[in-house]
Design a protein around this ligand. Structure first.
Ligand code: TMP
Length: 236
């Protein structure tokens, strides 16, 4: 497989075409952002940690028979993905009250939700990724009714698998964000990444093992992500 020209550069990744039109070469970068990109820092080693963590998680999801974009890890910072057209939604699932959900409803962080809650955010940097409902998703022509139902069902199914993976290494999956994409035939598969950048993970002592250490300035991101990777590698 040959890496070709740059297709897209995001906040934390670069996507390149390859000699196979169905496959993208993805490079994870060292940039950390918060506040929708308003705060930016280079953190050496972050890209390698996220690529390795995401690769391990997606290998496990693929092994469970879930349809994902992940093909294989190429190096510490690179992986091959199936080319999809990304659906402009951040699909968030919450098991425990935290973050913007705690703020929006004036709740303490840490309350366990009886039923996990799925939320949609419209992926649009200029608009600050606003919180939207199913009817907005339809109005904006992002997805049909049946696709909306599929996204919610898949997200709940993925939550069950992820909860097992994180519980096995002693971490509580508080919440996470997923992105989905369409293949050329229109079918929807899981895309993007699953890492401590996109998930809240609390250890048994309530320590944050995720990007909140950076967002809230409460710990060292590299130390934290290295611990998460080391724990995950033991479950291979
Ligand atoms: P929130 O509480 O800030 O809405 O975040 C919910 C989850 O989604 C949390 O695990 C972090 C993740 N997330 C992203 O991956 N990207 C984003 O841009 C945002 C806002 C949240």
């Amino acid at each position: 497989m040959e890496k070709e020209t740059l297709l897209y550069e995001g906040k934390a990744k670069k996507l390149y075409f390859t000699d196979d039109s169905n496959v993208l070469w993805v490079e994870y970068c060292d940039q950390a952002t918060a506040l929708n990109g308003a705060r930016k820092e280079q953190i050496t080693g972050k890209g390698a940690l996220n690529n390795q963590i995401t690769s391990l998680i997606f290998e496990k999801l693929n092994a469970e028979g879930l349809e994902t974009h992940f093909i294989k890890k190429l190096s510490k910072t690179e992986q091959l993905n199936k080319k999809v057209s990304i659906i402009p939604l951040e699909v968030v699932l919450r098991n425990v009250v935290a973050g913007s959900f705690a703020k929006r409803f004036g709740l303490e962080e840490g309350i366990v939700l009886e039923e996990p809650i799925v939320e949609f955010y419209y992926k649009d940097d200029a608009l600050d990724d606003p919180f939207i409902n199913d009817e907005h998703v339809k109005f904006l022509n992002i997805a049909s009714d049946s696709e909306i139902e599929f996204l919610k069902k898949q997200t709940r199914k993925i939550n069950k698998i992820l909860k097992k993976i994180w519980t096995e290494i002693g971490l509580t999956l508080v919440d996470f964000k997923l992105e989905f994409g369409r293949l050329a035939d229109g079918s929807i598969i899981l895309a993007d990444e699953i890492s401590p950048d996109t998930s809240r993970l609390w250890d048994a002592k309530g320590q944050h093992m995720d990007k909140d250490v950076f967002r809230r300035n409460i710990g060292d991101l590299i130390e934290t992500y290295t611990e998460v990777l080391n724990l995950l590698e033991k479950t291979k």
